[in-house]
Structure formats: C-alpha cells, structure tokens
Write a protein that binds this ligand. Structure first.
Ligand code: C5P
Length: 232
C-alpha cells in the first residue's frame, strides 16, 4: 500500500486570535504550514498530500508549496473532521482503500523525520492504525461539571497519553469511521477517536514531545526554539 498525507488547514484559529490564521504565521523564516508540509513532502514513503483549506483562505497562494505538483487542495468543512472527510473523498478518486492516510495538523510545524519514520514503521498489514503520542507526566485532575474548577478526583496517569499527529489509518477504514461519527453526531477532536468508535484499537507510537500544536500565542516562541534546536 501507498502512503498519503492529509493536512487539515481550514481552521480560523479562534483561540489564537489575530487577523492571520495561526498556520500562516511566520516562524524561522517560513510560515507554520510550510514547516509542517516540508517534513511530510520530503519523506520518500509519502506519495502525495491533500490539503484542506478554508474558502476565505488568502494566504496559501503565497507559500512555497502553492503550486507543488504533489499537493492537492480541497475545501475545508465546519469542523476539523469535516475537513479531513473532504480530503479523503478527493483521495478516494485515485488511492486504494487499503492505502495508508497520515493525517497531520497544519498547526504542528515541529514534526521531525524521526517521528514520521517511527510512525510509518509501526504500520502493519490489517492494523487498526497508529498515532504519535506522548505519555502524560503531570498529575491529572478532573473538575466537577457544575463548578468547572472544583476537583472531583485525580486520574491515575500511568495509562494516559497525549494524542499528537500524524495519525495513520487505512483510507477505507478512516472514511467509514468519520462517516459513522458524523451520523451519530459525536464530536471528535482527532481521527483516532472515530476509529475507536468502530471498536478498533490504534497503536500508540511514542513520539517526540516537541511536536506541539500551535494553539495559543505563547506556543509560537516555543515552536521557534524547538525548530532552532532541531536544525543544529
Ligand atoms: O483547532 P485545532 O487547533 O484543533 O485545529 C487542528 C487543525 O485542524 C488545524 O491545522 C486547523 O487548521 C484544522 N482545521 C480544519 N478545519 C476546521 C477546523 C480546524 O482543517 N474546520
């Protein structure tokens, strides 16, 4: 099977704020999404990439990958999962349903070749897929729903992981999983959740903790630091 990258980049970045969506902010001489795409497109196992963009996007055309032959553009959707579903539909026109799809957030610019190699190496035939993840080292509290800030209990952290991207699944399985999640109206924040709802159990692949998602303004200098460290 082949490997395809799917990059949802149609978010408005409301938590981040500002007029320019976070995936187009400048970082070490390039914009966030250019870093995210570089690692994917430079990997020899990746055959192509489908990118979901907002209809209001006026920044993609200015990037270095705007007319890259291996990048196909599709329209994004209301939620991240809708953007991914649109990309998968486009991909299904020429990819096999057993091909691997690696979904990676445009807002994770610090992805390394090392992490991508590890993820791809973890994909076996007929597997339920795999995702990059990082074990939780903080003590995790659950707040009670009514107050929002009163501790209800403490969760044992030994089994807790933070889900990162890329997350890789067979194209056909992920299409079915996202369609089912949409039909059932379940709000999902990553692709693995949809796969789990099919009763499948993706593999957690221990990844680098510097593969952060740019969410708040303070994440940008952090990402800059990590990229500078990686380039040394
Ligand atoms: O909002 P969040 O940071 O979780 O978004 C993760 C990724 O999904 C971002 O790269 C964002 O651009 C993308 N996204 C999308 N379509 C949406 C919402 C988010 O492609 N409707």
């Amino acid at each position: 099977p082949r490997h395809w990258a799917v990059v949802p980049a149609a978010g408005a970045g409301r938590r981040f704020g500002g007029p320019v969506p976070k995936q187009y902010l400048e970082l070490c001489g390039r914009c966030v999404i250019e870093h995210s795409l570089a690692t994917l497109l430079e990997h020899p196992a990746i055959d192509g990439c489908v990118l979901a963009l907002s209809a209001e996007d006026e920044w993609w055309a200015e990037t270095v990958y705007a007319s890259h032959p291996a990048v196909q553009r599709v329209a994004g959707g209301t939620e991240r999962s809708d953007s991914v579903a649109n990309a998968l539909e486009a991909l299904s026109e020429y990819a096999d349903e057993h091909d691997w799809v690696l979904v990676h957030d445009a807002a994770r610019p610090c992805l390394t070749r090392f992490d991508l190699d590890r993820l791809i190496a973890a994909l076996g035939d007929g597997s339920a897929g795999a995702l990059l993840a990082v074990q939780v080292h903080d003590t995790v509290k659950v707040a009670d729903a009514a107050s929002g800030d009163r501790v209800l209990r403490t969760v044992p952290r030994e089994q807790l992981w933070r889900a990162y991207t890329p997350q890789a699944f067979p194209l056909g399985t992920l299409r079915r999983a996202l369609a089912r999640a949409r039909d059932q109206g379940s709000a999902i924040t990553d692709d693995a959740s949809a796969i789990e709802q099919l009763g499948l159990r993706p593999l957690l692949v221990s990844g680098r903790s510097d593969n952060l998602k740019i969410t708040r303004p303070e994440d940008l200098p952090l990402a800059q630091f990590f990229l500078e460290q990686q380039q040394e």
